[in-house]
Design a protein around this ligand. Structure first.
Ligand code: GLN
Length: 453
């Protein structure tokens, strides 16, 4: 009731939820109360969560914040949200996001921008980051105890950093993608955004599971991630990659990084300088691979199977009218880039090359981990949250894409990465640090992340 009241009174200010489900929440909560009264219940019994609109929720409108999915009500529940429900979670509603998770500011949503609960020095309204901007804003503003999110190139970690919350993108294959609206299938991963590292550990323990319905989901047991909290970092080898020190990076980001290094060192970690030589190719390669996969995944929205249909005189005209009206500008840009790089004349020059670069990026990490490095510390974002409607970003999509410069390598290599709040900018805005781990060693990230937060 307290969370529903908070949503009632302040969701209009943040636009974090696009749909609230009070009746569902109350009936789930009543069932949880009964279980708890009998001393039963799961690890999330009665905990109210917000669900990113990317997750299929049975009988509850699921639109990935795109006009083209208007009115779509899935007849099934995604594996990740089913896992949360099975562990007792209560769902408050669906959270705003960039359309089809394409964006870094939550400004591409059909439902309009999300407002960051943190304000600029002069009261300016700021973006919460994206694409999981609704999830990050809702957690930050206490409109849910935790939220599901998803990360294809940084969409969990960048919004977490912009709102002073914690977000983890697990190893590719750790959570099932079944029932998650697909953006770029070889990069997409589910994960939580939460108020602290412990909550993220508890949520991920529930969200992760093997799943025969997703062939890329691995069949290895899910550890009790909460058990890693408090173990400390004594003897842990932490790598500092020189390629993440970018030209023109604001001094406050460098200072934050140094502060993180000092905290880990004081706590007994061994700090080592490392090199990830192909880092500079990650962003351009990502913006070939991700749109290529998106252009293929989004072919299914044709006005026949789901959501919106805009009629035409012929079936081809119906497809064209539906897609022209249903997709927003950023989604259309991705479809065009993706179709171009996959086309016969350009496939070898762009798509195949980007996939080769991807292998080199993965090998960079493998080399460093083979040298005994347990985790890698970097900034999470190159700046603090920026203003809604920022003119430079709006005028140049590449400027917007630069937000992902520290996060996309992790998706390209399939590794786990966590963003933890680590300090404030000169304007008093939250800044985050990122820890990158070995495949399926999310526990190490919770362990080290808890030392920094
Ligand atoms: N900002 C990146 C993009 O627009 C990443 C998005 C995401 O992780 N879903 O592609």
């Amino acid at each position: 009731d307290a969370y529903l009241a908070a949503i009632d009174s302040s969701n209009d200010a943040f636009n974090a939820y696009i749909k609230v489900t009070p009746e569902l929440a109350r009936s789930q909560a009543a069932a949880s109360d009964e279980k708890l009264a009998k001393g039963e219940g799961g690890i999330l019994e009665g905990i109210p969560l917000g669900i990113k609109d990317l997750y299929a929720t049975k009988g509850v409108h699921t639109q990935a914040c795109s006009h083209i999915l208007d009115g779509f009500e899935p007849r099934y529940e995604s594996t990740v949200t089913q896992n949360l429900l099975d562990d007792g979670a209560v769902t408050l509603g669906k959270l705003n996001m960039d359309e089809f998770a394409m964006g870094s500011s939550n400004e591409t949503s059909y439902y309009g921008p999300v407002v960051n609960p943190w304000r600029g020095a002069d009261g300016t309204k700021l973006v919460p980051g994206g694409s999981s901007g609704g999830s990050a804003a809702a957690v930050s503003a206490h409109l849910c105890a935790g939220a599901t999110a998803s990360d294809t190139g940084g969409s969990i970690r960048q919004p977490a950093a912009f709102t002073g919350t914690v977000g983890i993108k697990p190893t590719y294959g750790r959570c099932s993608r079944w029932g998650m609206v697909a953006f770029a299938s070889s990069l997409d991963q589910a994960g939580p955004i939460s108020r602290d590292v412990r909550d993220a550990a508890i949520m991920l323990s529930s969200m992760a599971s093997p799943d025969p319905k997703d062939t890329t989901c691995v069949d290895i047991p899910v550890p009790d991630y909460e058990a890693f909290i408090g173990k400390g970092v004594k003897g842990m080898k932490i790598g500092i990659p020189k390629e993440y020190r970018l030209d023109g990076m604001p001094a406050e980001i460098e200072e934050l990084w140094q502060k993180g290094i000092a905290i880990l060192k004081d706590a007994g970690a061994e700090i080592v300088d490392i090199s990830l030589p192909h880092t500079k190719y990650a962003l351009p390669a990502y913006y070939i691979v991700a749109p290529a996969e998106a252009s293929s995944n989004l072919a299914r929205y044709d006005g026949v199977k789901y959501g919106l249909r805009v009629d035409g005189k012929t079936i081809d005209e119906m497809y064209e009218n539906t897609r022209a009206a249903g997709f927003g500008e950023e989604v259309k840009r991705r479809i065009m880039i993706g179709t171009y790089v996959l086309s016969a004349g350009y496939y070898d020059a762009y798509y195949l090359r980007a996939q080769k670069v991807r292998t080199l990026i993965k090998r960079d990490f493998e080399t460093v981990f083979a040298q005994g490095v347990d985790t890698i510390l970097t900034p999470a974002t190159p700046s603090a949250a920026f203003a809604i409607g920022d003119k430079e970003m709006a005028a140049d999509p590449v400027k917007m894409y630069l937000n992902d410069v520290f996060t996309v390598t992790v998706n390209m290599a399939g590794l786990p990465g966590i963003a933890v709040p680590a300090g404030l900018s000169a304007d008093g805005l939250p800044l985050g640090l990122q820890l990158i781990g070995r495949p399926f060693e999310e526990g190490t990230l919770f362990q080290a992340g808890h030392v920094i937060e």
